[in-house]
Design a protein around this ligand. Structure first.
Ligand SMILES: Cc1cc2nc3c(=O)[nH]c(=O)nc-3n(C[C@H](O)[C@H](O)[C@H](O)COP(=O)(O)OP(=O)(O)OC[C@H]3O[C@@H](n4cnc5c(N)ncnc54)[C@H](O)[C@@H]3O)c2cc1C
Length: 466
């Protein structure tokens, strides 16, 4: 099978059929607002949504560098699920019960996104089939079982562990020796969700300016080449692009993730694979993969390509290196050998934000009115919604309209983290980390040993990941 006919970049496959949305007007000049939101992805748009719903007279402006959904929100794997980066660290810092509250809030968030999408008539191809994570090697199986027990300890009593045969009854992943399934996940079409959200908040009266890059955020100011928006609250919702803002080069590292999508598979091919439940599918490798069966019966599959570009460089409209496309295609065929002759229609990449301690955060600095949310490390589709409701509550509390809430008391609120190392250490560190993970995955595949490879443990410790 060749990838010569594969479309490459163009933001993502998710825009290939429907096209990118019609552009909205840039900022016409200096202006003011009650809340200025920088970045029109899920975080910025959900925040605008919940604030406007809570206080309809609020004057909210969203400033977006390109178009709403240009970033990871229009490119991701469409796993709406309950994972949150940093939960175990928050358990260490704030105690187990606090982390359980955070996990419960994430479990509820999956339903919240589905509820609002329904209420606002956003058709995002949502299918609530849960998340199935498979193991391929003895080490992965041991890790999967540990992971399964830990999730149950954090209150997920509805999680199910499946053996090889039961796993194959759901999805016939070649060589899978077991899996863990949770109902707290759904498959969706990322770009349909972000476009629907942008249209919904615009209809509610939120002002959105596109093609308007913010160059600097200062207390009460968002500065752009076309003028400055003055607002008591300025919220930074730029996730993987944060390094592009003045003073933020080392705040969050822009990590790359790449995806491919097949042509629609025939019914006879699907009969060899199963996957009737349309669960989102992942594995337990160190350099893990994620996949979904799309509404039009393709397989969209993602994983780590080139993890990081020197100097926190971010984007080229999703163009992906041929070697990464080949590696993802090989992974697809390893999972589903009957797809060996299947065409790969599209490949693309995007960036996500990684804090130095790999913990997602949501913050409102009450002394400056500056807020931010992100650092979701690849688990942002649901987390952005929880972050947005939390930012709403923090602003309402700060402006005296409401008191503290269950959300403002969650342990990821106002968490502080140190910055990344300067270059070249940042580049060397991340490339060494992923080289170590790939070696560990190879060694685990060749071994009957049950434990996690030592190299991966060292890499986790050195990187600050666990
Ligand atoms: C390939 C890929 C697959 C993924 N798969 C999943 C998944 O399956 N499940 C999951 O939970 N998570 C996944 N993620 C992560 C998830 O998509 C993100 O965490 C989430 O979309 C982040 O939303 P956001 O609004 O914070 O950031 P983004 O969607 O990146 O939005 C930020 C926006 O800010 C704009 N912007 C940036 N800088 C400026 C500026 N200076 N001025 C104005 N605007 C600016 C950008 O143009 C962009 O539109 C994936 C990410 C990638 C890249």
């Amino acid at each position: 099978m060749s990838t010569v006919s594969t479309a490459n970049g163009g933001i993502s496959f998710w825009y290939a059929e429907e096209g990118t949305p019609a552009p909205r007007e840039p900022l016409p000049g200096d202006s003011s607002a009650d809340v200025c939101i920088v970045g029109g992805g899920y975080t910025g748009l959900w925040t605008a949504y919940y604030l406007k719903k809570a206080v309809p007279f609020l004057n909210i402006t969203v400033l977006e560098a390109k178009f709403c959904g240009y970033g990871a929100s229009g490119r991701n794997g469409g796993w709406l699920y309950n994972g949150i980066a940093g939960r175990d660290r928050y358990a260490e810092l704030h105690g187990h019960d606090a982390a359980v509250r955070l996990q419960r809030a994430m479990n509820d968030t999956v339903g919240e996104v589905i509820r609002v999408a329904g209420e606002e008539n956003i058709d995002a191809d949502i299918h609530h089939g849960g998340v199935l994570e498979v193991a391929h090697t003895p080490s992965q199986l041991a890790r999967l079982k540990d992971f399964h027990s830990v999730e149950i300890a954090f209150g997920e009593t509805d999680r199910v562990l499946r053996g090889a045969r039961e796993t194959a009854e759901r999805i016939r992943v070649s060589g899978a020796v077991g899996s863990s399934w949770t109902p707290h996940g759904a498959r969706l079409h990322p770009a349909k969700l972000v476009k629907g959200l942008a249209d919904t908040v615009a209809a509610l009266g939120v002002t959105i300016h596109e093609s308007t890059p913010v160059t600097e955020i200062r207390p009460k100011h968002a500065v752009t080449p076309y003028g400055t928006v003055r607002a008591p609250y300025v919220l930074r919702c730029t996730e993987g692009f944060t390094a592009g803002l003045k003073g933020h080069r080392r705040t969050w590292l822009p990590m790359n993730s790449s995806m491919i999508v097949t042509e629609p598979l025939t019914e006879s091919l699907w009969a060899t694979i199963g996957w009737d439940g349309r669960e989102t599918l992942g594995d337990t490798a160190h350099a893990y993969m994620y996949a979904q069966r799309t509404a039009d019966d393709r397989i969209a599959l993602g994983g780590r390509g080139i993890p990081y570009r020197y100097g926190s460089a971010t984007d080229n409209d999703g163009r992906t290196q041929p070697a990464t496309i080949e590696a993802l295609r090989d992974l697809l065929v390893r999972f589903f050998p009957t797809t060996a002759g299947t065409r790969i229609d599209h490949a693309w990449s995007g960036v996500l934000g990684v804090p130095r301690d790999w913990c997602a955060t949501v913050t409102l600095d009450r002394s400056t009115g500056l807020g931010w949310a992100g650092g979701y490390v690849g688990s942002g589709v649901a987390t952005a919604n929880l972050a947005a409701r939390t930012l709403r509550d923090l602003i309402q509390q700060d402006s005296g309209q409401a008191g503290p809430t269950d959300l403002t008391a969650l342990p990821w609120v106002n968490h502080k983290v140190r910055r990344w190392e300067p270059e070249p250490f940042r580049w060397l560190g991340v490339h060494a980390l992923y080289a170590a993970y790939r070696t560990a995955d190879r060694r685990e595949s060749a071994s009957t040993h049950l434990g996690t490879d030592r190299l991966a443990k060292v890499a986790n410790r050195v990187s600050g990941r666990h």
